[in-house]
Write a new protein. Sequence first.
Length: 354
Amino acid sequence: MKIHNFSAGPGILPHDVLRKAAESVIDFNNSGLSLLEISHRSADFEQVMQQARSLAKELLELGDDYEALFLQGGASLQFHMAPLNLLKNKAAYINTGNWASEAIAEARKVGEVNVIASSEDRKFTYIPTKYTIPIDADYLHITSNNTIFGTQWKEFPQAEIPLVCDMSSDIFSRKIPANQFSLIYAGAQKNMGPAGTTLVVFKKDILGKTGRNLPKMLDYELQYKKDSMFNTPPVFAVYASMLTMQWIKDNGGIEWIEALNKIKAKTFYNEVDSNPMFEGTVEKPFRSYMNGTFVLKNTAVEQEFERMLKEAGISGLKGHRSVGGYRCSMYNALPLESIKVLTNVMREFANKFA
Ligand SMILES: *Cc1c(COP(=O)(O)O)cnc(C)c1O
């Protein structure tokens, strides 16, 4: 039976990417050797790293004033590494959910943090629109997509200070003005590749201002001087991420994936809004096109719904353990067909129980 993978993370990857990545584990580029057993300094792998870095910049339409790295430690390490590299006097943060809160907590270990807006008052069901950005802060940090609660920034803050963004769960899902950001980071495993690497993209002129003597591994400047190969990189995760970026490019680029993602999200939310059994959990203007959160109004028939999901081959729809309900993760690689299977089940369920 075909399984429809709605997992929130690690998330679905394109089938062609998985097949090619799997082949590389046995025989990489017809070398007779596995990608996992060759030197990361070999010409074959250096090319993979170069290609991954240049595709990331290409998809974000960034020029030579930016660098892209593939580091380790997940987005969680970036919560600490970004302030280590950028925070001299104080930083401004906007709190839109769990991950943003984690970023704030880690930054506070480095220096002064002003939380200039938060949506915690209404359980992170919206994105704050009223805030004043302090012009004397070193940077403003936001989280573009709130993976757990299901909200997403549609328009980004106009900041005179450097803008820093955790894009772990919506990187490469839509056209963004990337050159308005000074630093973007994203753990690969939601929308780009396997766990184990983190994309870090930054404007070169933001570095070297804190005077901090950083550990080598945590220094963006050193990492880029070493071409993202200071130590052994996570070769498989970088290779599969590169294949995913290539897949986006070959199919028509960000415009193509954005159009597809919009259709998927509309199809899903139309069903949520028209179906008497369900309701969405966040304010409509801020609904995420990546993670659609919703609840069953009558939990007495929850088991019936879950049985129908299972029969249809729908996997990974359960909401995050901290919020409950359901979460329809619609990452780039999820086909529209899977959304249709889900909405059909929702309709059938309503026909039976409404
Ligand atoms: C999953 C997630 C993280 C945590 O990523 P790790 O790579 O596991 O550290 C951080 N931010 C966002 C927005 C996420 O979705």
